[in-house]
Design a protein around this ligand. Sequence first.
Ligand code: NAP
Length: 439
Amino acid sequence: MIRLDHVGILVRNISEALPLYRELLGLTADPPVELPEQQVRVAFLHAGDGQLELLEPMTPDCSLAKVLAKRGEGLLHICFEVDDIEASLRHLEAAGVSLVDQHAWTSPHGLVAFLHPKSFRGVSIELRQQVIRGSKQKRGTLQEEKAQPTMLALSGKTKVCTSLGYPIAQSLSPAMQTAAFRARGLDWIYIAWGVRPEFLAVTVEALRANENFAGGNVTAPHKETIVPLLDGLTREAEPLRAVNVILRDGDRLIGHSTDGAGYVAALREAGYNCRGKRVLILGAGGAARAVGVALADAGVAEIWILNRTVTRAESVARLLADAGFSHVRVGPLAEAASALRQIDLVVNATSVGLQKEAPPLFDYGLLRPPALVSDLVFFPRETLFLRQAREQGCRTMNGLGMLLHQAVLSFERWTGRDAPVALMRHALLEALEARERNA
Ligand SMILES: NC(=O)c1ccc[n+]([C@@H]2O[C@H](COP(=O)([O-])OP(=O)(O)OC[C@H]3O[C@@H](n4cnc5c(N)ncnc54)[C@H](OP(=O)(O)O)[C@@H]3O)[C@@H](O)[C@H]2O)c1
């Protein structure tokens, strides 16, 4: 079922907007809007119970306003609420409608997807599906997946994916990947394997010997130590000498990395184009390396790497230079003040947000807009680092988008199928909420 949720008007020229508003929507009342020039470019009208009601005007820097302003050609914005956004998107895609972004993503209102205005004679269309928290009021495909665990029928042909780590009990990947396998009707399962370091070699041998093993993930502490046990690395993993994905190629197990690409995909999803940007990476471990290489690939202008242990930062700089990117500066964390004066994007790739007792990396009062401030940690969702950045007016991003998109890219490599991104996000958030409740 589809309901009209609200209508928005991108006011560049209200006289152009009004006929569209009347003709396309069949609405007779003039929109009750008086918009200050330039100041507020988008206003929302709520169309419910035959009433039109002016909602909170959108500020120019809110994400939808940015999407509309960037796109320019859409004067009208119409939002529909649907029961099952995945099904609606599949249906629309089959009918040749294109999406603005590749995927539906989570906003404070639930799952949203923007359909390209060209598909609708210049009108911008948004689909929205409420993400219902808790398990009782669920409806639609996402909920059916949850409500019917027996849909997962195992067979002798069931393909097995594993995640290797230690400890692994808190992993959110089984929830995401299982939801995705089910949604795509695949006879596949995903299981977390807690493997102590001394058993890693024998575990890799067992996976190689198991013809049902279709691929897997690798997490701490095995991302680097597994490399010599594998039969090769992909182009993405080769410079990093660290992997978070295992691909199967006949009898060969190939290491791959989707962490960095996952981070860049999360940025893109947040509407952030990193091309030409000056980046500060805090930390010089495996995640910093993966993100650094992916950002260099994505066309950033300059990368600063500051780390507690400067020699590790220098080795990341060498890695980037070997990959053909030489606009790198390194130093100790004490150089944060001077770096931050020149920076557009901050990536906290240290694990300090996980450590309850750890002192701040530096005075977080130095984090100022317009920098986008991100932390790869997602549990807690808002680290002290992100909280202070937000309180000082910075836009912030935690590590959940990276976690989701590295999983999306893993799924697509293993299965050769498009990942059901909205569903995976939903499963991820549910699993995270469960983890938070039990913490
Ligand atoms: N969102 C995701 O999908 C995702 C994916 C991968 C990783 N991550 C997160 O990213 C973080 C880094 O992971 P990693 O694999 O790169 O870990 P890692 O290889 O162990 O590196 C840890 C980094 O943090 C620094 N560090 C640790 N404790 C510190 C402290 N108290 N003060 C200052 N610096 C400190 C280390 O500095 P030294 O070099 O001086 O020791 C090092 O640079 C972790 O929190 C991990 O959970 C998230």
